[in-house]
Write a protein that binds this ligand. Structure first.
Ligand code: MAN
Ligand code: CA
Length: 201
């Protein structure tokens, strides 16, 4: 056991020493750049940080580069078909189904996301795209808090952006969910109706 650990340790140490001594990958492509640890501008720092031998570093670069390329092709196809809409880091998608608020949220969460919660005009427009595509009002990931009249996002954060239709919200505690109309404005509404499911990831 001791010898095995010692052996592993020695091999790792040798690899690291060799790497630090010899490994100055010319384009310093590699793993660190892909992982976003270092950029082109701090090449020197990146070289010092490199812990992989050049060959492996470059191989990883190629593997990740290829994955990145193939993913971006798929995203392109999905966007072309109106299946996804990307805004900054966010991605919006709909399954086209109309269900109550709890079910809509559940299906978004099962898919690894949450209900669409527009945080600015551009995101609101992206969500509106799906509302128009299906010509159906949609539930947003927003609910009225214990404080009547105060609406918060699902993860309980205060809203910095809203797009209420005039005279909304008007439910005064009786309409705890929020729907988006086909013009992109918002209305507080009961949670038990069937509305289009739009998720964000
Ligand atoms: C209905 C509901 C309300 C909404 C009003 C607007 O009563 O959809 O949520 O505020 O219409 O007139
Ligand atoms: Ca209302």
């Amino acid at each position: 056991m001791f010898f095995q650990s010692f052996y592993t340790f020695t091999v790792l140490a040798a690899l690291l020493v060799t790497c630090h001594a010899l490994c100055r990958c010319p384009d310093n492509s590699g793993l660190l750049k892909i992982l976003g640890i270092a950029g082109k501008d701090n090449l020197k720092e990146q070289q010092q940080l490199s812990v992989l031998p050049c060959s492996l570093d470059n191989k990883m670069h190629n593997v990740f580069g290829n994955v990145e390329h193939r993913l971006s092709r798929l995203e392109g196809v999905l966007a072309l078909n109106g299946k996804i809409k990307e805004v900054g880091e966010k991605l919006f998608a709909s399954n086209g189904k109309e269900v109550n608020f709890a079910s809509a949220l559940e299906s978004c969460e099962k898919a690894g996301g949450t209900l669409a919660t527009p945080k600015n005009e551009e995101e609101n427009e992206a969500v509106l795209g799906f509302v128009k595509q299906y010509n159906r009002y949609a539930y947003l990931g927003i609910k009225e808090s214990e404080n009547i009249g105060q609406f918060k996002s699902i993860n309980d954060t205060t809203l910095n952006y809203t797009n209420w239709r005039r005279q909304e919200p008007n439910g005064k505690g009786t309409e705890k969910c929020v729907e988006m109309y086909t013009d992109g404005t918002w209305n507080d509404k009961k949670c038990s109706l069937n509305r289009l499911t739009i998720c964000e990831f």
